[in-house]
Structures are given as C-alpha cells and as structure tokens.
Write a protein that binds this ligand. Sequence first.
Ligand code: A3P
Length: 265
Amino acid sequence: LHTLPPLQLAHKYFQLFPEQRNPLWQNPCDDKRHKDIWSKEKTCDRLPKFMVIGPQKTGTTALYLFLLMHPSISSNFPSPKTYEEVQFFNTNNYHKGIDWYMEFFPVPSNVSTDFLFEKSANYFPSEETPRRAAALLPKAKIITLLINPSDRAYSWYQVHGHQLRTDPAAVMDEVQKFLGVTPHFNYSQALTFDPQKGFWCQLLEGGKTKCLGKSKGRKYPPMEPEARAYLSRYYREHNVELSKLLHRLGQPLPSWLREELQKVS
Ligand code: A3P
C-alpha cells in the first residue's frame, strides 16, 4: 500500500478522478455515515421543500409574493446581491457550500407542516442546476411558469405567465394542491384586481391594495403582428420540444402552446 503526504495525495487523487474536482453536494442527513460526522448543532431542516425555478419574465415575482401570503409557506432570507434571490445552484455560490445555502433559510418551527421554498428565476436556463439540485434536494417539488416565449421575448425587449396574470386565485389553488400544503388558503379573498395597476394585487385590511413594484406589470403597446409572426416561427421547434417534454411528464399543454402548435408555418 502506497501513500503520500496530504497535499500530494490530494493532487494524485484529482489526477485519478478529475470529475470530482467540482463538488456535488448531497444532503448529509440522507446517509447515516455522513450524518454521524455532521455537527450535532446542525440541522438538515433548513432546506427548501419546493423551488420556483423561473424562467424570468413569466410572473415569478407575483407567484413568489402570493406564496408568501400563505401562513405555512416561507422563503429564504433575501440576498442583497442577486435581486433577493439566492441563486445557489446556477452560480459560483454553489462552491460556498451547503452551510452557506442553509443560512438563507429559517429553522422551521414544524418540519412537517412548514414549507420552505426559494425562487431563483435563473435556475431554469442553467445547465448545472438540475444535477446539483437533484443531488441536494432529491424530493423537492419544482414549479416552473410557462408563458408563450414570444411574449417573454417581447417583455425582455421592453426593458412578461398568462393564467397567473389573469386568474391568479385558480393558479394558486392548483399550486397548493400540487404542494400538499395546509391549511387551504383562499386567494380569491386575499387578492383583488387593481384597475389602476391592471393586475391582481394583495388586498390589505381597510380595502387598500399592495401591488408589485413599477418594474413588474408594465404598460407598453401590444406586439406588432409581424413581430409576433416572426417570433412564433423562431420558437416553433422549441415549442414542439416543450410539448414533447410535457407529454412525457404527463402534464397538460397550456392553451398558448396548443395555439402555437396549430399555427401553420
Ligand atoms: P411585464 O412587466 O413585462 O408586464 P418576473 O417577475 O418573472 O420577471 O415576471 C414579470 C412579469 O410578471 C410582468 O411582466 C407581468 O406581466 C407578470 N405578472 C403576472 N402577474 C402579475 C401581477 N399580479 N402584478 C405584476 N406583474 C404580474
């Protein structure tokens, strides 16, 4: 049996297993051997039960704030650097380790009924996120908002989820069912349409409303038909792929996607 001093041994090890240079964090509590060497002071309860992964411009901020209105749901503490989002799995923050990530979450008062979550809209397009998130949070449920990519592109251009935007209470009922969260929170009483903002907002006591900030739900002219036709063609193949994925997952196709697929190019 040969061995080397620690530093040389480490070099040798990574020469033999170069793929292990990048860590892949797992939940220490999922493996007894790991749990046994994990500090007694630490807990594995400060991890999200579900994640809103984006993509951007689909209404993730509205969904995030509506979720926070639910008495059993809490999110991460805001990160001052990344628009309040933790952005752990998609950035170099990942290399800061799981203690860094867990510090963002409150210690739940009741692990079975409290739902911790985080919303990082940039997880959706990130290549690294699925592998990393699956390793650390294999049981977490995933919520993604799908809107027509042409509308999303136009919203980006205006430097914009359709059903969430027009009927948030129905969407929030579906989300609660999907998560299995209790008690059932009645969003049709807690939200109200604000005609001035043109969007659904939180209804406060005394009848006032609390809407999202100016940068969310902006007013701009409708997309020109030529631009819509161009974008519709541009996204056609991607939409076909998305419909195949949803089919494989046994998920219904959103109405905008059915309409896009019916268009003849
Ligand atoms: P626009 O400002 O282009 O209309 P995200 O938070 O994921 O970046 O998404 C922003 C989009 O959320 C807004 O894009 C708006 O269309 C949409 N949205 C959905 N429900 C909303 C609400 N109740 N208030 C404000 N914006 C909402």
